[in-house]
Design a protein around this ligand. Structure first.
Ligand SMILES: O=P(O)(O)OC[C@H]1O[C@H](OP(=O)(O)OP(=O)(O)O)[C@H](O)[C@@H]1O
Ligand SMILES: Nc1ncnc2[nH]cnc12
Length: 155
């Protein structure tokens, strides 16, 4: 079943409460990077980054970023995809939060973690609004903690 987050965005209180829950959790964790994957991750990453005083690092689909990039391929429910991050956007030793709207197979978050760790960034935690637990995406994160607000139903 497709889990549609656009209804959440129409409810100003629910959307604000959602952002606030993440901000509350991450504001005192010395996080300097909030990273999200195009496209739906970009809805949640920037307001959280601004509120906790971190920079926002976009991870984009291939050939979208203008500068030099590093890339990581990942598997989806059907097929594969790739994400890219600008070289120099983050520095070795920084602490990052990876945020997305949704975790299904975990392939997307896993690729985001790998990109950051390849350049020496510590991923403190991953966070999503919705998790589809039956796809066991959590297991793909290599023991990295995952914080979710809602359990979705139906793969
Ligand atoms: O856990 P996974 O199996 O990797 O699936 C989760 C990803 O799928 C969706 O993105 P999608 O690739 O559909 O792109 P979109 O954000 O552009 O809609 C969603 O926004 C997550 O990023
Ligand atoms: N079931 C689902 N609903 C919404 N987004 C998704 N991305 C991958 N699987 C999804």
């Amino acid at each position: 079943m497709f889990q549609d987050i656009t209804t959440l965005l129409l409810d100003t209180k629910a959307f604000k409460d959602t952002i606030d829950l993440f901000v509350e959790r991450y504001r005192d964790q010395n996080i300097s990077v909030v990273a999200s994957v195009e496209a739906r991750g970009f809805i949640f990453g920037p307001p959280i980054a601004l509120a906790i005083g971190a920079k926002f690092v976009p991870m984009r689909k291939p050939k979208k970023l203008p500068g030099e990039v590093i890339s990581e391929e990942y598997s989806l429910e059907y097929g594969t995809d790739k994400i890219e991050m600008h070289v120099g956007a983050v520095q070795t030793g920084e602490r990052a939060l990876v945020i997305d709207d949704f975790i299904a197979t975990g392939g997307t978050l896993c690729a985001a973690i790998k990109l950051l760790e390849r350049v020496g960034v510590t991923v403190v935690e991953c966070a999503c609004v919705i998790e589809l637990p039956e796809l066991k995406g959590r297991a793909k994160l290599g023991g990295k903690p995952l914080f979710v607000l809602v359990e979705g139903g139906g793969a």
